[in-house]
Write a protein that binds this ligand. Sequence first.
Ligand SMILES: *[C@@H]1O[C@H](CO)[C@@H](O)[C@H](O)[C@H]1NC(C)=O
Ligand SMILES: *[C@@H]1O[C@H](CO)[C@@H](O)[C@H](O)[C@H]1NC(C)=O
Ligand SMILES: *[C@@H]1O[C@H](CO)[C@@H](O)[C@H](O)[C@H]1NC(C)=O
Ligand SMILES: *[C@@H]1O[C@H](CO)[C@@H](O)[C@H](O)[C@H]1NC(C)=O
Ligand SMILES: *[C@@H]1O[C@H](CO)[C@@H](O)[C@H](O)[C@H]1NC(C)=O
Ligand SMILES: *[C@@H]1O[C@H](CO)[C@@H](O)[C@H](O)[C@H]1NC(C)=O
Length: 424
Amino acid sequence: MLQTTISILCFLLYAVNAIPTAPQPSASAGIDTHSFSKTTEYPLPNLGNVAAHDPNIIQYDGYFYLFKGGVHIPIHKSRTLDGPWEEVGTVLNEASVIEKQNRTRPWAPTTVEWENRFYCFYAISESGSRDSAIGVASSDTPVGGNWTDHGAVVNTGQGAMSEIYPYTVSNAIDGAFIKDQKTGEPHLLYGSYWHGIFSVPMAEHLLSIKTPKKPDATNLAYVPKAASKPIEGSFMTYKEPYYYLWFSHGKCCHFDVHEFPPMGDEYSIRVGRSTNVTGPFVDKDGNKTLQGGGTIVYGSNHGVVYAPGGVGVLSGTGSEADVLYFHYLNTSIGFAQGDARLGWNYLHYVDGWPVAIEGKSSLNATSSESNGRILRPDPTLNSLAMLSMCYSILLHYTSRNSYLKSLVHSSGCAVDLASTSRYA
Ligand SMILES: *[C@@H]1O[C@H](CO)[C@@H](O)[C@H](O)[C@H]1NC(C)=O
Ligand SMILES: *[C@@H]1O[C@H](CO)[C@@H](O)[C@H](O)[C@H]1NC(C)=O
Ligand SMILES: *[C@@H]1O[C@H](CO)[C@@H](O)[C@H](O)[C@H]1NC(C)=O
Ligand SMILES: *[C@@H]1O[C@H](CO)[C@@H](O)[C@H](O)[C@H]1NC(C)=O
Ligand SMILES: *[C@@H]1O[C@H](CO)[C@@H](O)[C@H](O)[C@H]1NC(C)=O
Ligand SMILES: *[C@@H]1O[C@H](CO)[C@@H](O)[C@H](O)[C@H]1NC(C)=O
């Protein structure tokens, strides 16, 4: 679950600021549909066919594994991103060992594979509170049943070392992970609202910060000027030569259907990039993410998709395209936290900037990536798409056949494949 963490003060300032520009909902209408963007600038998502808030997905041994906020951190697996998703236990067997807030229902897990073990970073917090922690659990398998809860790696508000900068100014939620490509050093990313997103080098075993009493942290994204600082839920990928810092900006949840925030103030998925793992990250207009910058990659669209966020990216290997995945609300279904659904789109990169594309063929992505401009799909590509589907079906039954697998890879079919991990 993501984290409405507006402090009461910020919320009041926000509400006051919002009044002059807020669209007037008609008194009789149940829902103020004027606040829903009908833009076609972003494609509709492919349906994940599963409820999810703050989804996190890894690929392992022929399956996608989905981790999400929920009681004890539920785990699901599926052969494809479209499901069907099978529940395969939970990360925690009981409440987290971190003694603060509601330890039963951690938020926003991020799981990584690191030296043949799985590490799940999760958050313990409560809406509007900075008394939070990032915890970590580890296991030799991504399914439930054999995870060990190691407790907090970062505390803010209260708890061990919460008096050390930057824990004094930040909020320990929404953990994410990146390996420095030059040094191999692991970094924990975390944070929301207050002082934005931070990156901190971790110990090689991933169970603590590298230098706990002097964390050597770097602020990656921040909104210095506005009263409300609604950035959270970061994720980082590397695609040569850039690190991409993804995050959500805006109001995530607890929407009042009679008065939505002004259009554009709800969640959207933004990105900045840098050649350095610790930044500075800049957006497409050259604005620094430390100065409130961030290019919108995916926002509300078609009058259907509302407040997409909780972003993650599956890095494609070889000719596979990257996959952008996220949760969103469907305006014809509902606006409660439990109504959030998993959606996904392939990405292509134009001049090194990610663009979400329509449809389920990564060929659209890879073909345009090679020459940096958007191509219309042609009949050859469509036949190739069919071929690649056939290969991927075959792959189900021959997952150990590396020749077939390489064929599938080279034909650009990413959805059905697994066994590549993002961080190993
Ligand atoms: C903690 O969260 C669980 C699961 O959402 C809920 O059932 C329980 O009532 C919560 N406990 C408290 C003290 O809020
Ligand atoms: C559970 O994990 C422990 C330690 O990581 C390992 O030794 C053991 O084989 C695992 N058990 C199962 C059933 O996978
Ligand atoms: C990356 O950032 C760190 C500090 O954040 C700095 O020491 C280093 O020189 C930077 N590297 C490059 C290539 O800019
Ligand atoms: C980005 O920079 C331009 C000018 O360089 C400015 O007009 C714009 O407001 C900035 N956007 C953000 C989000 O800071
Ligand atoms: C939104 O919900 C409608 C009605 O259930 C459904 O037909 C449509 O496919 C959904 N769209 C998305 C993007 O979830
Ligand atoms: C490729 O993208 C176009 C428009 O962006 C879309 O209409 C088409 O369905 C996509 N092709 C495939 C095979 O998904």
